[in-house]
Design a protein. Structure first.
Length: 176
């Protein structure tokens, strides 16, 4: 992923990931950091932008009764503050951007090992992308992406737990 061309939402929902053991095995996280950045030099941040992309022509997605954007910001604030960063109004070291995406039309392709026949099944996906950018240079220094399967009737409690897990996992790789 080339960090200078961040925010193409299509890759947010379409890149496959290898599985790993977790309480939510369908949640996949991936991060990338600029190779030459010294993360201990960043002390402040400011929220800069948010975006959402929903692909749901049939109108089948049932959003949990939860302000997902506020929850993402809350969890990201917690993680950044836990790493010693302070939110400021002016002249931040980092600008924080997040985007969420829902693709109810995503397909999962399974290939039968014996026959080689492909079967496509509906596999609704959702994702969150968090970018940390230097405001002066507009250089993205860290990007984290989490994708997951979407359930048809998410409860707010489960959505919060899953978001908490995803954001926590993303920031475990902050600065690495």
């Amino acid at each position: 992923m080339q960090l200078t061309r961040a925010l193409p939402f299509v890759i947010l929902l379409t890149i496959p990931f290898a599985g790993c053991a977790s309480p939510y095995p369908d949640i996949k996280v991936e991060t990338e950091a600029h190779a030459k950045v010294q993360f201990d030099g960043y002390k402040t941040y400011k929220w800069a932008a948010a975006a959402a992309v929903i692909r749901d022509a049939a109108g089948t997605w049932n959003a949990p009764d939860l302000d997902i954007g506020s929850e993402i910001m809350f969890l990201t604030n917690r993680e950044l503050r836990g790493r010693g960063l302070v939110e400021v109004v002016d002249s931040p070291d980092l600008a924080v951007i997040y985007a969420i995406g829902v693709d109810m039309e995503a397909l999962n392709v399974v290939v039968d090992k014996k026959s080689g026949v492909e079967t496509k099944t509906s596999s609704p996906k959702g994702g969150v992308l968090i970018l940390l950018m230097e405001p002066d240079t507009r250089r993205v220094v860290w990007a984290g992406r989490a994708t997951a399967d979407l359930s048809e009737k998410p409860t707010p409690e489960l959505a919060k737990k899953r978001l908490d897990y995803a954001i926590s996992q993303l920031f475990k790789k902050y600065g690495k």
